[in-house]
Structures are given as C-alpha cells and as structure tokens.
Ligand binder design. Structure first.
Ligand code: DQA
Length: 148
C-alpha cells in the first residue's frame, strides 16, 4: 500500500510560523513522525511540500500509483478550484487534514473547497492531525481492497 502526503503553502515554515496556532514542531519533525507511523503500519509513504498551486495540481495528477492521499492544502483549502478539480479527477481517496480547527478561526477559513471531494476531513488536532490522517488513509484503503 502506498500513500502520498502533500503539504501545501507555508507549511515549510512550521515551527517558526504562528506557533500558538500551528505548534512548535517543524515540518521535518512531522514528516519523521509520519514515516515512523507508516513503518509501524507497514505501509509506504512519500511526502511532498509545495508553495505553488500549479505544482500541487501536477503532484496530484501524477499520483495515480498511490492508494490514497493525505493532503493539507493550507491556504489553498479556501481558494483553489484547481486543486479540488485535480483531486476529483484522479479518483484516489483523499483525506484532508488541518493542524488547526479551521471552523474555530476566521470566517474565511470556514469554507473548504476541498471537503466536498475529500473522503473526509481531520481538523484541529495539531501535528496529530497528520497521524490521524495517515491512519484514516490506511483504513479506507484496506476497506476498499477488501470489497474489490
Ligand atoms: C491550515 C489552515 C489554513 O487555513 C491555513 O491557511 C494554513 C494551515 C492548518 O493546517 O491548520 O496554512 O491548513
């Protein structure tokens, strides 16, 4: 089983960026936690980060060999029809994750253009959101494989 984790814009600044909202762990530390969990669950993961909308679209379009996506689209969550359409196009289940609870924050963050095409969403558990997201991706992939 292969899972692709995609981190969107500004997430490369984690640890230094608004730590009161996003926590003190760096992206490298989060990726290390994800890789450890993947090992424990006996699944393969690849991890990508991009600050560019088109590049994220390209990454999603090239993800056909993966069983599921875990994606934190960051600010593009609220604006990107292109990322939403890319997820809909590849027909690979996507778990949308957010470190912060986007519904507790400014109103412009309450709308996710991604949620309607995601399998589900995990929001508000800090860096743990990613681990929950990976567990969800693995679990839906096993469920899919057992019915096919
Ligand atoms: C975020 C929430 C978004 O609103 C914000 O633009 C981010 C990070 C989160 O993980 O909480 O960059 O996706």
């Amino acid at each position: 089983m292969k899972i692709l984790v995609i981190h969107g814009p500004n997430l490369n600044l984690l640890g230094k960026r608004e730590a009161d909202i996003y926590g003190t762990k760096t992206l490298d530390e989060i990726n290390t936690m994800l890789k450890q969990l993947a090992k424990d669950l006996n699944v393969e993961i690849d991890v990508r980060q991009s600050n560019h909308e088109g590049e994220i679209v390209d990454i999603i379009q090239k993800s056909k060999n993966y069983d599921a996506l875990v994606i934190n689209p960051a600010a593009y969550t609220h604006t990107s029809v292109a990322i939403r359409d890319a997820i809909a196009a590849v027909e690979i289940p996507a778990v949308e994750v957010h470190l912060s609870n986007i519904y507790k924050r400014e109103e412009f963050r309450h709308t996710s253009l991604i949620a309607p095409v995601a399998y589900g969403q995990i929001s508000g558990f800090g860096d743990e959101s990613y681990l929950l997201g990976l567990r969800a991706a693995v679990s839906i992939t096993y469920a899919k494989k057992s019915t096919s």
